[in-house]
Design a protein around this ligand. Sequence first.
Ligand code: SF4
Length: 732
Amino acid sequence: MSRLLDKNLSRRRFLGLSSCALATVAVGSQVKVLKALAMTGKVSEPTAMTSKDVFTSCEMCVNKCGVIARVKNGVIHKLDPNPDYIKSRNMLCARGNAGTQAVYDPDRLKYPLIRVGERGEGKWRRASWDEALDLVMKNMNEIAEKYTRAGMMFASTEGFQEHFFLMLAEAYGSPNTVRHATLCLSSNIQGFGATYGTNPNPDVLNSDYIIMSGANRSEAFITPDTIDFLKGDGGQRKVVYLDPRFTKTAAKADEWYPIKPGGDMAFILAMINVIVSEGLFNQAYLDEHTVGFDKLVPHIEPYTPEWAEGECEIAAADIRRIAKEFAAAAPKAVYYQGRRSSFFSNDTQMRRAMAILNAIIGNWDVPGGMIPSGKIKLAEHVYVAPWYDDVPDRLDKDCVTYLSEKDGSWKHFRDRVIAGEPYPVKGMMVYKQNPVASIPNRAKTLEMMKQMDFICSIDITMSDTAWLSDVVLPEATYLERMDPVESIPGLLPLLSLRHQVIEPLFEAKPCLWIMQQLAKRMGDEAAEMYDYTIEEFVEHQLSLLPGAREMLDSKGIYYENATPVYGSSFGKPLKTKSGKIEIYSEKYAENGHDPLPVFTAQTTVPQGKYRLLVGRHAYFTHGTTANNPYLHDLMPENTLWLNAGEAKRMGLKHGQRVRVKSPVGEEVLALEATEKIRPDSVYMCHGFGVLSKEQTKIYGKGGCDAALLEDEVCPISGNVAMHHTFVEIFPA
Ligand code: SF4
């Protein structure tokens, strides 16, 4: 059997490597002090002052910015940015600063809990870890016996310890893992992947011309793009921003266009039309690096700016001018693809159009253009999982053309659980994910959960999904655990190591520990998969990189290049069928999809209704941080944006409560009458309207977008489409 490590490796060596503190002064055990703080808000007076600074990595969102935790007397007093951490450019956002409250929030999960009332009634009893884990294992065994091992599903989202959780699905023998990608960026990955063989990074810092559509980078943070975008460049760079709302990104752009929702692809195709028809491309470049340009020329002919004006409501003259400016700035110009896509069910083709526009100006792998993602290689974790006969394929197999085996497609998966087809799934293990609040059409998610024989959630707070579970297991927060090394891809590839800052409060445990305990209950083979400490795991990961651990300990980061490397892909085949940039996709043609993007108009907003737009706010990460005490102070609830003229026409007043009704749900929110949105659309921020009464600060406040959104989906990638839904508004 393959093993992670040579067990002869001296444990003394691990201890020698583990002194991660920047400057450690007489640190003793402060667990009692911490517990006192968390429970009473008061800190016991220590007999001697102790302090330390620890390098760690933020987990308040997906960006993993570099952090220095300042600890005094065992209490985390402050989180500061790590100035050496090139990805986050010496910055922590509001959420990053509020990370201490993930630890000290009185609402955090403290002990294993077993449900005693009805599901969702909120009645729990505290259990020991052994009792809770025995109960989880008993239910998992019963499900395996009754429905096969595929009868358990494992839902999770990205995180440094997610690997350990996903391994549990293998140890148990279920193919049914469902991750968040199809609620996020899978159409983006698919559209750019079909063109370039990868999802490249826009070189925002060095670009002279950036067009952003729908990627609200000043509020939906992605580091380093947000910082590079906001940094400015002395007026040389031009930013054109398309969004139905006047966001903070619009305020920072040179030009803002309140584009008609669903019109993005028309705008892009018209830009391609101008560049092609006016010969603003580099033929020699296209001949050498791309395939299919000859097919693009006749395809793009009907998509003139004059045609696009009717579809996107941006003047033809502006489209023409922007296309010429964009081509003139080439190759230091990018059509920025954003991250979360999934606006409409044609989203993958819209991303294809973006990729093709970038390709024809020749911005691939050059300064200021689209750069392939680099990644620092870690030693692979090799393990052998037990083998079980007679386990069927994953439940959502074949539901879309390009389904990720690891991610699945949440919408399709849920539909098949509800239908019980092609086989029953009756058990749910959830780690760090909150499907109740994040998958469009919450009523269906609740129906899916009702059909489960057993649900277990592992989390740091009582999310809506945890609230509806049978067993809830408290995970240690990111400041209370050491995590595996993460190789973070991007323009500046780096390694990040989350050092443990303090001991876990209460009875919270790291995911690895929880998985080890469950694996032991599964048997020797499963236990063998987890037979190492976190220190041993990290040492193995870094075994190919001499000096990496020392740098991670002394600087909180490991990297090989502090500035982007350009041209690394030149002379090598891309990961596409042809090995070149595929303007025309043979692969799509073979699978029955348009090989070149074809515009499909979205349904016009019906009389008396509004298109519901959803999005992010800089204070919140999905549904995970709205209940954070510091962030809650900044924004206690979400509102419904409605154009001020429309509000006046309907006799609605700013601040009054309104009932928002969609075909699948109803929510009540305060009205925000504003000029910052098109008259045909309304907008609400994600993350409120919770069901869990243990999110005490936000329970009863605001509305839940997932309760209103219908569950349209992209047939190529399986990504949900977030902007299809129309709503009506009434005074509440
Ligand atoms: S962007 Fe903010 S929340 Fe996200 S990792 Fe960075 S500091 Fe943390």
